[in-house]
Write a protein that binds this ligand. Structure first.
Ligand SMILES: Nc1nc2c(ncn2[C@@H]2O[C@H](COP(=O)(O)OP(=O)(O)O)[C@@H](O)[C@H]2O)c(=O)[nH]1
Ligand SMILES: [Mg+2]
Length: 461
């Protein structure tokens, strides 16, 4: 899901990344573009308006930390607002040593039976004793469908008694759950193609008889805004405690997920991400927001960067790199900064515009430990050598290698890498927002082949 929205937002942020200070008119334009992206994703208009107003308010009021790109700050604001909009799921409040009923409701074909089995499997893995019962006496073979799922995934399912009515099955299931000391009884109800009075009355009767702890509405994400309308009606007529959004794996535009909490006030509890019984996720607003922004953990990056790295230093470094005066001292600082940040791959994915290449980054096989070895070599050099690597000839190389505990060959490799890197840095300025990525590709090629014995230097291919 969310692909269309992720693409659009990524374009909006790409345009923003090239700019320095974000003026109010740039922010207005950005807000307008985000608005269009959300509307095209089928998010309800009042929800969009409210969202945009909040983003603008925060962006104007935000104290943009001087060494972090303003664009990233805007992305962080949008991210945080998305998390707030999506809303967190709420933990189930099961009573211990009691028979807790989970009632599954929704339209026909929304995924109730599949979701019942998925949730049963999840709860069972968490150590709960779970009984499933199908109350769908309308659709042929509906009860068998649940029985089959039970067999496949080793879940307990109430045996079928032909001719029983839904309320009779409910009574038997409640009894069986009590006798069998089950923690949770999941009741899988029958749906209709559309909301009709008869179905609502039946579900209400089942609810009154079974007194559920949780009532989950199962809705198909592909329905978009209609899913939200269905949820609103079920909430009014039946009372639901949460929503299961299915077919997230399909190409829905995301409107249902984004509008659900704001319109209905109901938390999304689970996402159905496929047909198999393990294709379910507990809803995590932050993860979904990350996915929508398609750029890895931007918030994490900004926070980590602020915590660990001296921002002034980094900016000075960046300026120096751009100006083309890149010596071994700078390389050393770079290595140490990157080392401080932890996982390099993770860091690269957080750079706006670069996240799209996360597959390539994974393949680049970057290793932090090797950074430390390179740093050790530079640390064995005299200040004069670091400033002017040209003076490093044979005898100096031997001394440096001995000092760092490596071979002369390794010193040569580092020097060669540095020369190529310095060259790339000079060109970096011309590369635009994708400079980092292009640089990385060049580095990958640079360190290809025979240079890569014993894991040195840090980029393996
Ligand atoms: N791709 C995908 N298919 C799903 C998902 N959930 C359910 N389905 C499929 O949707 C169809 C209807 O599901 P079912 O559980 O029988 O719906 P019910 O009528 O509400 O009980 C089945 O073919 C399921 O395999 C999901 O999250 N992703
Ligand atoms: Mg069913």
């Amino acid at each position: 899901m969310f692909n269309g929205l992720a693409d659009r937002l990524s374009k909006v942020f790409d345009r923003l990344t090239g700019r320095g200070i974000i003026t109010e008119s740039v922010m207005d334009e950005t807000a307008r573009e985000i608005k269009i992206a959300l509307l095209e994703a089928d998010v309800a208009l009042p929800v969009v308006k409210d969202f945009i107003a909040k983003v603008k308010e925060k962006a104007v009021g935000a104290e943009v930390i001087k060494s972090i790109q303003p664009a990233q700050m805007v992305i962080k604001i949008v991210h945080d607002e998305l998390v707030a909009l999506l809303g967190e799921s709420t933990p189930f409040n099961w009573e211990s040593n009691a028979r807790n009923v989970l009632l599954m409701v929704g339209l026909q074909g929304s995924g109730k039976t599949t979701s019942s089995a998925k949730i049963a499997l999840k709860l069972k893995k968490e150590g709960k004793k779970v009984l499933l019962a199908s109350l769908d006496t309308y659709r042929p073979a509906a009860q068998e469908q649940l029985a089959d799922l039970g067999k496949t995934y080793e879940l307990d399912v109430l045996p079928i008694v032909m001719g029983e009515k839904p309320l009779e099955i409910t009574k038997r299931a409640l009894n069986e759950a009590k006798l069998g000391l089950y923690d949770i009884l999941i009741l899988d109800t029958a749906g209709r193609l559309h909301i009709d009075e008869e179905m609502m009355q039946e579900v209400a009767a089942i609810r009154d008889l079974s007194e559920p702890k949780e009532t989950l509405l199962v809705v198909d994400a592909l329905m978009g805004q209609d899913a939200v309308n269905v949820a609103r009606e079920f909430k009014e007529k039946i009372g639901i405690t949460g929503v299961v959004l299915t077919r997230i794996d399909g190409d829905s535009r995301g409107g249902a997920a984004l509008s659900m909490r704001a319109v209905t006030g109901m938390p999304i509890q689970f996402l159905g991400v496929g047909e198999k019984a393990d294709a379910v996720e507990r809803f995590d607003a932050k993860r979904v927001a990350d996915r929508i922004l398609g750029m890895g953990d931007v918030v994490g990056f900004v926070e980590t960067a602020m915590e660990r790295v001296n921002q002034e230093d980094m900016q000075a470094q960046a300026m120096k790199m751009m100006s083309g005066n890149f010596d071994l001292n700078d390389l050393l600082v770079q290595l140490q900064q990157i080392d401080k940040m932890g996982d390099i791959k993770g860091m690269m994915k957080m750079i706006p515009g670069v996240a799209k290449f996360s597959k390539q980054i994974d393949q680049a096989d970057v290793d932090n430990r090797l950074m430390k070895r390179q740093a050790a070599i530079i640390l064995s050099m005299t200040p004069a050598e670091r400033k002017n690597p040209d003076i490093i000839k044979a005898s100096r190389k031997q001394r440096i290698a001995a000092g760092a505990g490596v071979k002369v060959e390794d010193v040569n490799k580092l020097l060669r890498s540095y020369e190529q890197m310095a060259d790339v840095m000079k060109k970096l300025k011309k590369m635009g927002p994708f400079g980092m990525m292009s640089m990385m590709k060049k580095m990958k090629n640079m360190f290809n082949g025979p240079m890569n014995d014993g894991g040195f230097p840090p980029f393996k291919v």
